[in-house]
Design a binder for this molecule. Structure first.
Ligand code: FAD
Length: 493
């Protein structure tokens, strides 16, 4: 039984980060690698803070964990030093808890009853930290083993895309006995886990050990294969009885202000992908921030990752401009909406490493030198005003000014799924959000073709990608077999 007063007796202790000045010198994990025994003792203490509420909002689909992680159950097992059983309960709902334990923004913690009043309760249970420790302990103790299906169905599934959605769908379907092949156009597997999220947040060796488990279970992988180009859709359909589209929402939003064409002005992914490739041993990046005055336009996860990456590359200065999601992206008053207002001010470990953040400014144009390289960014301070009808307008409130800028990175989100031969040839159309619509069973307009992850939801989170991958796998299993024992943690709203 959980102790309903545990949180009154045990203080909340978060994961400890390495000092900022040390960690910007390398690409290693931001958080300290503790002595395993000490860590287990400390984390078991943290698990004691869970009250096992009558209604555990932490694992409810609407406010808490989309995966429906059985959080009070594994907290109780950790408290009782039953780490193997905790890992079993954790893996029952989450294929990749080490990914979410490291990089999830943890809606479960915001939904924890103890988060209602930090002052009274000491704050939420440190669920993410407990999750990470259970997963890492299981890996360290050899508790994560391949689950090879006892019975084969003789049916075959092609999964297009190897991000967390595709991998989760593939693992579920392989374990259900189907022959699964994952196709990935990149040279390495993992989607944004591999080439978007930096090494210091998620170590790529974490992806590799999961892939080894999946290979041992029987999932097959083909890299360097863009479906629709390197493999035709008709060949894909001939090979497989069902197809899962897990192609992400990778069409990056741009901003065509004057000077956008200057050398040194990039989309964020043009910075992050080669930085990750360098960490993989592919040689130095050609888009390094070393010695440069860097300006990041956008205040979300991607912007924060550019910030941490730029510091590790030895930027001279880094300024991050934040963005207001309330504002329409296509305003017609000639003033760029990016960035404007500090309504969404997400903070990551990267923000503790330095750099300046500016709000309520709008990008006007870039200025460059005679060689065509960017040297300055011209900004205007703005205010959002509303008239009597509530209509909003953006009003410059001061003269324009400029800041030094040898490298600019647009981290202003993604507009949706990339248009591709794959979708056209499948006969799948995008909806007005530029994502792939589907029915209740995750099936698209094309018979036997299912969708999950960012491709369905729009740019989102790893935890949602895993949840949708698991749910879509059930849809596929029902399509192939007429019934399924696989879980469906989320519904395609
Ligand atoms: P993706 O991970 O985008 O994978 C899609 C894959 O499909 C890609 O590998 C692509 O190459 C492949 N593909 C596309 N078309 C084809 C084709 N025709 N043939 C073969 N392969 C194809 N979320 C968090 O929870 N925490 C974070 O800290 C976080 N940080 C982020 C940082 C950055 C920089 C970015 C961009 C996103 C971040 N996210 C984070 C969001 C998260 O990474 C995504 O929500 C998640 O990866 C989506 O998973 P997915 O499998 O749907 O798609």
């Amino acid at each position: 039984m959980a102790d309903p007063r545990g949180f009154l007796n045990v203080d909340k202790v978060e994961d400890r980060a390495r000092p900022a000045a040390d960690r910007v010198r390398d690409w290693d994990d931001v958080y300290i690698d503790h002595d395993p025994l000490q860590l287990r003792i400390e984390v078991a203490g943290q698990a004691r803070r869970c009250m096992d509420c009558g209604i555990p909002f932490c694992h409810s689909g609407t406010a808490g964990c989309p995966l429906g992680n059985l959080i009070p159950e594994w907290n109780d097992l950790v408290r009782r030093d039953r780490w193997d059983a905790a890992s079993e309960r954790l893996h029952a709902t989450n294929n990749f808890p080490e990914f979410t334990g490291k990089i999830c923004p943890a809606p479960c913690e915001s939904a924890c009853v103890l988060s209602i009043s930090e002052k009274t309760t000491g704050g939420s249970v440190t669920i993410k930290r407990i999750e990470k420790t259970i997963a890492e302990t299981a890996w360290r103790d050899g508790g994560v083993e391949p689950k090879i299906p006892a019975v084969r169905s003789g049916r075959s599934v092609g999964v297009v895309g190897s991000g967390p959605a595709g991998l989760a769908a593939a693992q579920q379907l392989t374990r259900a006995g189907h022959d699964v092949t994952v196709y990935e156009r990149d040279d390495r597997l993992g989607g944004l886990l591999r080439y978007g999220i930096p090494e210091y947040k998620l170590q790529k060796s974490d992806i590799d050990r999961r892939l080894a488990q999946m290979r041992a279970e029987g999932t097959e992988f083909q890299t360097g294969c863009e479906v629709g180009v390197d493999l035709s859709v008709s060949e894909l359909r001939d090979r497989h009885d069902a197809v899962v589209l897990a192609v992400g929402a990778l069409d990056a939003r741009d901003n065509p202000v004057p000077g956008r064409e200057l050398t040194g002005v990039h989309l964020a992914m043009e910075h992050l992908v080669p930085a990750n490739r360098e960490c993989e041993g592919d040689g130095p990046t050609t888009v390094s921030a070393h010695g440069k005055n860097v300006v990041i336009i956008g205040g979300g996860d991607t912007g924060a990752d550019c910030l941490g990456t730029a510091h590790r590359q030895g930027a001279r200065s880094v300024t991050q401009l934040d963005y207001n999601p309330e504002l329409p992206a296509n305003r017609d008053d000639g003033v760029s909406p990016w960035p404007t207002w500090p309504l969404v001010m997400r903070t990551s470990s990267s923000h503790a490493e330095g750099g300046e953040r500016r709000y309520q400014v709008a990008v006007q144009r870039f200025r460059g030198d005679s060689s065509g390289h960017v040297t300055h960014l011209v900004l205007a301070e703005v205010e959002v005003r509303r008239d009597d009808t509530g209509k909003r307008s953006i009003v410059p409130v001061a003269d324009e000014f400029e800041i030094p800028c040898d490298m600019a990175l647009f981290a202003i989100g993604f507009t949706g799924v990339e248009h591709s031969a794959l979708l056209t040839d499948l006969g799948v159309e995008l909806d007005r959000r530029h994502t792939v619509p589907c029915g209740d069973d995750w099936g698209t307009a094309a018979d036997g073709v299912f969708v999950c992850g960012d491709a369905h939801r729009g740019a989102s989170l790893v935890v949602w990608a895993i949840a949708e991958g698991r749910a879509a796998a059930r849809g596929v299993d029902v399509f192939l077999m007429g019934a399924s024992d696989l879980p469906a943690p989320v519904h395609p709203d």
